[in-house]
Design a protein around this ligand. Structure first.
Ligand SMILES: [Zn+2]
Length: 75
């Protein structure tokens, strides 16, 4: 897949970290599957992954945790 950000690079499957900061409640996901551009480094998540991350962020916020680190590869 061609990168839609720089329009030059090629996107390759890989893993990255993604942080959500919602009103001071920080959630960090590690080893998130993503397509990463080899030129500009832009990261693209597919819809299922994005939905899953947002769902988890919502669950964690209910617990009132201020900082949560979730390693998706360990799960
Ligand atoms: Zn790019």
């Amino acid at each position: 897949m061609k990168c839609i950000v720089c329009k030059n690079g090629e996107c390759h499957p890989g893993h990255t970290s993604k942080m959500f900061d919602k009103q001071g409640n920080i959630t960090i996901f590690k080893n998130v599957p993503a397509l990463i551009c080899d030129n500009c480094g832009a990261k693209f998540f597919d819809d299922d992954i994005s939905k899953m991350l947002l769902q988890k962020v919502r669950e964690i916020r209910k617990n009132g945790s201020e900082l949560e680190v979730i390693n998706l590869q360990a799960a």
